[in-house]
Design a binder for this molecule. Structure first.
Ligand SMILES: [Zn+2]
Ligand SMILES: [Zn+2]
Length: 93
């Protein structure tokens, strides 16, 4: 994952880290943990809205008959089964 802009962690490599004071290393570790937590929260939220099939478009279709709201309208037309529960879906007319 490529990140840019403010507040993003620089690319630490073990050769840069070796010899650093423990306090500084722990500080870096704590900062990176915070970054990871933020990424995980956003990733979770984004995943919750994205189509399970293409992961690009937002979910917009409720599959029949399982009623799972997991795919976008594009994928819904080509899905033969629900990507969440594998129930065969009734194609939309
Ligand atoms: Zn899709
Ligand atoms: Zn389903």
């Amino acid at each position: 994952m490529k990140m840019s802009g403010n507040g993003c962690p620089p690319n630490y490599r073990s050769c840069d880290l070796r010899g650093m004071p423990l306090a500084k290393l722990k500080n870096i570790q704590a900062k990176l943990r915070e970054e990871i937590e933020e990424v995980e929260i956003v990733l979770y939220q984004e995943t919750a809205n994205k189509c399970m099939k293409c992961e690009e478009k937002n979910r917009s279709v409720t599959l029949v008959p399982c009623n799972h709201y997991v795919v976008c309208d594009t994928c819904a037309t080509t899905q033969r089964e629900c990507p969440y529960c594998q129930t065969p879906v009734t194609p939309k007319a």
